[in-house]
Design a protein around this ligand. Structure first.
Ligand SMILES: NC(=O)c1ccc[n+]([C@@H]2O[C@H](COP(=O)([O-])OP(=O)(O)OC[C@H]3O[C@@H](n4cnc5c(N)ncnc54)[C@H](O)[C@@H]3O)[C@@H](O)[C@H]2O)c1
Length: 387
C-alpha cells in the first residue's frame, strides 16, 4: 500500500487553461481525492512543480493549492531526473521549443493543443518523442465531455441508421475589452502571436470528427476578422490580425458531411456554447457540453412550410434526453488520469502527438483553403503509428 509519487513539471500554469483546467480541476483535484489507485493497492500521487516567469504569481498559486515546489528556471527543472513528465500549456508559439528541450531531457510529454502552428513542426515533435523513447500525449478534452460521451453512446447503439450530416455550432461573444474586459487573452486575436480561431478550433473538430464519425478527407474553410480592433489586458487598443470566426465544411471518408461554425463574435441562442446536431436516416441527436437529446424516426413531426399561420409544432418539445447512466468526471482530469497511468503502468493511450499533428494539419489546411478560396484534400499523415 505504498504511495508512488510522480513528478510533473507544469509550464504555463499561470495561464487560463493551466490554472483552471490543468492545475485546479485536474492535478489538485487528483491530489485532493488522495491520488489514483493502482492495481495491487498502491496509490499514484502527482507531485507538480509549477514553472513560469512570474515569481509572485507562481508563489501565490502554489500556496493557494498547497503545492510545495515552483520555479522560474525551466532548464533547471528539466535537469532534475525526479520529475518524469513535462506538461506545457504555454501560448501556442512557445510550445515547440519547450517540447524539444523536454524531449532532449528524456521527459514524457503531455501538452495542450495545438501542439504546434504548422504540421511539419508537429510531426517533427512526434517523431522526436518516439525516437527518444518517451511517452507522449495531447489534450483532446472535448472527447471527454459528458454530452459527447452520451452522443458516442447513441452512435454505438446504431440509433442513427446511416449518419448523413453533423452541424457544429460553437462560440460566444468575446467582449472587445473596452467597456467590458475580454474573457480571452489578447494573443488569441493576433496572428503573429499564434492566435486565430482556425488554429484554435479546427484541431478540436478534427479529433471530434475522427473519433466519433470518421476521418476528414477534405475541407473548405472561410475565416473572418469580424471585430477589427480590440483592447488588450493593459487597456491598449490593438489591431486584430487573426480570424475570430471560421465557417468550415468537412467531407468524411464515409460520405458524412460536417459543417462547423466557430465564432468569438456570436451571441448565444442555443442551450450550450457548443452544440452538435447529428442527422441520420433513423434518428437525430443534439449534443452539447453536458446534455444530449434525441428524436427518432417515429417521433419526427410532419413539418409543413406555412408562414400564414402561427407555427403549430413546438419542435424542441418531442426530443428526449439521453440519461447520464453514470457519473462524469471533469474531462481534463479524466484524460490526465489516463496519461499518468499510461506513463506508470504502460496502459494504452491513443491521444498522442501524432494525433495532435492531425489537428494541426487540418487547421493549416483550413487556413490555406481560406487564403486560396478552394476545397483541399486532407492527406493521410505518414509516420503515425496506426497509419
Ligand atoms: N483544450 C482547450 O479547450 C483549450 C482552450 C483554450 C486554450 N487552449 C490552449 O492552451 C494554451 C494556453 O492558452 P490560454 O488561453 O491558457 O492562454 P493564457 O494567455 O491564459 O496563458 C498562457 C501561459 O503561457 C505563459 N506565457 C506566455 N508568454 C510567455 C513567455 N514569453 N514566457 C513564458 N511564459 C509565457 C503565460 O505566463 C501563461 O502561463 C494555448 O496553446 C491554447 O491554444 C486549449
Amino acid at each position: 500500500m505504498a504511495i508512488r509519487k510522480i513528478g510533473i513539471i507544469m509550464n504555463g500554469v499561470t495561464g487560463r487553461m493551466g490554472t483552471n483546467q490543468h492545475l485546479m480541476r485536474s492535478i489538485v483535484a487528483i491530489r485532493s481525492q488522495g491520488g489514483i489507485p493502482l492495481p495491487g493497492g498502491d496509490t499514484l500521487l502527482p507531485d507538480p512543480i509549477l514553472v513560469g516567469r512570474d515569481e509572485h504569481k507562481l508563489r501565490a498559486l502554489a500556496e493557494t493549492h498547497d503545492i510545495e515546489r515552483w520555479s522560474t528556471n525551466l532548464a533547471e527543472c528539466l535537469a532534475n531526473p525526479e520529475d518524469e513528465i513535462y506538461f506545457d500549456a504555454q501560448t501556442t508559439t512557445r510550445r515547440a521549443d519547450a517540447l524539444r528541450a523536454a524531449i532532449r531531457a528524456g521527459k514524457h510529454i503531455y501538452c495542450e493543443k495545438p501542439i504546434a502552428t504548422d504540421v511539419s513542426t508537429a510531426l517533427e515533435l512526434a517523431e522526436l518523442a518516439d525516437h527518444a523513447g518517451v511517452k507522449h500525449g495531447v489534450v483532446q478534452d472535448k472527447l471527454f465531455l459528458p454530452g459527447l460521451l452520451k452522443l458516442k453512446r447513441v452512435i454505438d447503439s446504431g440509433f442513427f441508421g446511416r449518419i448523413l450530416s453533423v452541424r457544429g455550432e460553437f462560440g460566444y461573444w468575446v467582449f472587445e475589452g473596452d467597456w467590458q474586459t475580454a474573457q480571452r487573452p489578447s494573443w488569441n486575436y493576433k496572428k503573429e502571436d499564434g492566435g486565430g480561431i482556425i488554429v484554435d478550433m479546427l484541431c478540436h473538430w478534427q479529433y471530434v470528427l475522427d473519433n466519433l464519425f470518421g476521418r476528414v478527407t477534405s475541407v473548405s474553410c472561410l475565416g473572418a476578422i469580424h471585430i477589427p480592433e480590440r483592447v488588450d489586458e493593459q487597456g491598449q487598443k490593438y489591431t486584430c490580425t487573426a480570424d475570430d470566426a471560421a465557417y468550415a465544411t468537412f467531407q468524411l471518408e464515409n460520405g458524412i458531411i460536417a459543417h462547423f461554425n466557430s465564432s468569438w463574435a456570436v451571441r448565444v441562442y442555443r442551450d450550450e456554447l457548443l452544440t452538435l446536431q447529428v442527422d441520420g436516416t433513423h434518428g437525430s441527436a443534439s449534443a452539447g457540453l453536458r446534455e444530449c437529446k434525441v428524436q427518432s424516426r417515429v417521433n419526427t413531426p410532419r413539418a409543413v412550410w406555412n408562414p400564414d399561420v402561427p407555427n403549430p409544432i413546438r419542435f424542441q418539445e418531442n426530443w428526449m434526453d439521453v440519461p447520464d447512466n453514470g457519473a462524469f468526471d471533469n474531462g481534463f482530469k479524466a484524460q490526465w488520469e489516463l496519461f499518468l497511468k499510461h506513463v506508470v503502468l504502460d496502459t494504452p493511450f491513443r491521444w498522442n502527438l501524432y494525433e495532435g499533428a492531425k489537428g494541426v494539419q487540418l487547421a493549416e489546411l483550413g487556413l490555406q483553403s481560406w487564403a486560396e478560396r478552394r476545397w483541399l484534400d486532407v492527406p493521410l499523415l505518414t509516420g503515425s503509428k496506426e497509419d
